[in-house]
Design a protein around this ligand. Structure first.
Ligand code: EPU
Length: 420
């Protein structure tokens, strides 16, 4: 397993290009199962999760060809309808094949995702929604077996706003007979990107970007092409890298409109921001002010930035409170940050972060994707050397992170397991 060695203390300076969004790619790739034919996706990030989704699709008979940032997907020969345990356990987003397989082929067998690294992540809303559209769902030896003749439109109201459940029901409803109304739909930009892509394929969806989606099912869709939207979490992470190292970082090829909650908080910390159509330039202050954060569904502050925010707050000039209202257990980074000298107290889903004067490098372990990002951020500024083990998590969601950080002046290198 590879590890990162970071020598902290370098101020980051320069421009960094933001890649395509992981969570948009993971939603659009399975949507190609809805119609046989050839699709071309551009701005596709080179990530482990994207490769895992390609592997899963290829198990179903799909041909996925990936060249730099471009993926050509051919779904002409889909002939299997099963997402096996060994892939679903690697990546929960595999559940996204459930809706399209069922809608297009009337059958899907998908391994039930277990808990994830930081705690339980149920899929009850996906299953209840599909049942509402007429699917028969059974659980057999850890597999969800979903069957239906043609699905029928219905009203689906989510108690909790869910990105994945909205995506799955949307992909199922576009081929259902009649009209489906999704109430309390997720409005995360990746879901909007999915809805726009489905519309390009011929789906009839109104209310895109709102909490009420109305879908009039069609008999058939046709393949379409898409460009992935920029990754807002990667952009936010690099802006924090600039802030934590007291540097000056410009994230380019991003969409600042999708970053509003993060930018507001960075301003409150004292960062100076210049915002363009597709870039944000951040100049960090000398002293970071403590700023509380509560994660919320979009357009609120994203849970996927909570770990990185805690890393930033460890060096603020005072105490801040960071609350995660989406995932109560997503705090595996806290004990590792404490190993680097942070002063954090955890009370259920609330972290009380007392800013310290400095962090000191140590060996730490990454436990999940965003936790790894927070450890890298801390390592960039910690005194001495920080070694981050198990960095395969970071490769799931950040493209060439060490190269991008090095281009900004960071002293970070990847050591492959063969070398130690
Ligand atoms: N929930 C339920 N039942 C369900 C589904 C969700 O109770 O059937 C609850 C969850 O427990 C959670 C809340 O609803 O409290 C929101 O979960 P959601 O379904 O929106 O999450 P997801 O679709 O599983 C996506 C992203 C995550 C991101 C969350 C929240 C993808 C592939 N994943 O997950 O991204 O944290 O939305 O924004 O889009 C990441 O990129 O690091 C990551 C984990």
């Amino acid at each position: 397993m590879d590890k990162f060695i970071i020598r902290g203390g370098k101020k980051l300076k320069g421009k960094v290009e933001i890649s395509g969004a992981k969570n948009a790619a993971l939603a659009l790739m399975p949507a190609t199962l809805l119609s046989r034919g050839i699709y071309t996706f551009t701005n596709m990030p080179n990530l482990r999760d994207v490769r895992t989704m390609a592997t899963l699709l290829s198990r179903l008979g799909v041909d996925c060809k990936y060249r730099v940032h471009k993926m050509v997907i051919d779904t002409s020969s889909v002939n299997r309808y099963e997402a096996p345990y060994e892939l679903v356990k690697k990546m929960r987003a595999s559940i996204y094949v459930l809706g399209p397989l069922l809608a297009r082929y009337g059958y899907a067998k998908v391994s039930m995702p277990g808990g994830c690294a930081w705690g339980p992540r149920p899929i009850n809303l996906h299953l209840e929604g599909l049942k509402k559209l007429g699917a028969k769902i059974d659980l057999d030896q850890g597999y969800i077996i979903a069957q239906s003749k043609r699905l029928s439109g219905n009203n689906v109201t989510f108690d909790v706003s869910s990105v994945g459940a909205t995506g799955n029901i949307l992909m199922a409803a576009v081929l259902a007979k009649g009209t489906t109304i999704i109430e309390n739909a997720a409005i995360e930009p990746e879901i909007t990107a999915l809805a726009e892509f489905l519309s390009k394929m011929g789906a009839k969806i109104s209310g895109i970007g709102t909490r009420r989606l109305e879908i009039e099912g069609v008999d058939e869709l046709t393949p379409a092409d898409a460009r992935m939207i920029p990754d807002r979490i990667e952009a936010g992470t690099f802006l924090i890298a600039g802030a934590i190292t007291h540097g000056e970082v410009t994230v380019t090829e991003c969409n600042p409109e999708n970053l509003i909650a993060i930018l507001e908080k960075l301003r409150a910390v004292g960062c100076k921001l210049e915002i363009g159509v597709d870039y944000v330039k951040l100049k960090a202050p000398k002293k970071l002010k403590p700023v509380d954060v509560k994660t919320e569904i979009y357009p609120g502050f994203p849970t996927d930035m909570q770990a990185q925010w805690i890393a930033l707050m460890t060096l603020a000039s005072g105490t801040s409170i960071v609350t995660d209202t989406i995932y109560y257990d997503r705090f595996k980074h806290v004990p590792e940050l404490i190993r680097l000298g942070a002063d954090i107290e955890l009370h259920k889903n609330v972290a009380v972060v007392r800013g310290v004067r400095k962090l000191i490098g140590a060996k730490v372990m990454s436990t999940d994707l965003r936790a790894s990002a927070s450890l890298i951020l801390a390592g960039l500024v910690a005194e001495g050397t920080t070694e981050i083990l198990r960095i395969y998590h970071i490769d799931r969601g950040y493209e060439f992170i060490e190269k991008k950080l090095r281009a900004l002046g960071a002293d970070i290198r990847r050591v492959s397991s063969k070398e130690y």
